[in-house]
Design a protein around this ligand. Sequence first.
Ligand code: ATP
Length: 372
Amino acid sequence: MAGLKLADITMKYGSLVALNNISFECHEGEFFTLFGPSGAGKTTTLELVAGIKKPTKGEIFIGERRVNDLTPDRRDVAMVFENYALYPHFTVYENVAFPLTSSRRKEKLTPSQKRERVDEITTLLGIHELLDRKPQQLSGGQKQRVSLARAMVRRPEAYLLDEPIAHLDAQLKVSARSTLKQFAHQRGTTILYVTHNYREALGLSDRILALRKGNIEQIGTPEEIYESPASDFVARLMGDPPINLVDVEIVSENGKVFFQADRDFRFPMRQGLLPKLEGISWEEDGKRVVRIGVRPKHVRVSLQKLSDASFQLPVYVAVREAEGNTITFELTNSFFLAKVDSSVHPEVGENVWVEIDQDNLYLFRKSVELTK
Ligand code: ATP
């Protein structure tokens, strides 16, 4: 087992810069997740570590070894892709055992040791009873677990997992997630993991790297990334429904400071936030503006006035859901959502009182475009 280090890596495809001079370290035994939207450069990063692609610039280390000039099979990492390419004529057993038979392998295993390894990993992944089947006799979720098993049957320096459970249905995903977590814990192994699913990123990782168009936006523990997002971009990636982002004018009136977006979206700023506005707010059409972020679960909605900081808005959409209701309000440049408990179910068009929990209010610079 070994840590991974990327130093000043740039990757260009023609004129497109897929990775822009990024550096990071995934420590030995760490579950490290590359997280970001489509096209951020996550898969490219894994491919560079695996040796499938060569960086335009920069160095890659696996443990102490500089691996830039090593072919993939000499790097001793195992990679699982989202598209599970299994050998169709092999049984599940033969597919999973395949990586143990390579002549270049540093560990030479006896047939019974091989059998033990396959038994162990397929039991862990809940596919032990499928060992005699061929891939075409498997469901999508089973195929994905076989492909995971095939990658994990070896004991490489590190595992590179690219959306390995993306194809699973919701229930299987939950169990595969705990399996992965258990696997990482039991083996204490180094895992570089790619996902664009924030629940997976938060639930599995020791640390998360948020990638944005080939640039590192933030590196931190799940708690740091969720509780203290470095930007509106990171904040918006974490949550479903996503965090509300609203550009508000900072208005001073009679010694009080208000945040105001539309005519009705207006509330007095909590004391203590003022110093934080320094350096974050900007000037727009002669107004001082800041971007606020508030998660839908931190917005209260009521038919009665809640406090002097509450304000009234008409309901645009109200959707009943299994775990509470989602109320949507329409602002000029964005929608604003509240996640409330199921006892709150106002009618469309009804004027309700809205209150923002300012202990959970974020202030951001503008770095993503708001769209409706
Ligand atoms: P996804 O979540 O969709 O897999 P990603 O974060 O893994 O996205 P990459 O696949 O690494 O992103 O792609 C990063 C950028 O590089 C994208 O703009 C992509 O279109 C581009 N790209 C990737 N592979 C190639 C290639 N072989 N040739 C040209 N451009 C490529």
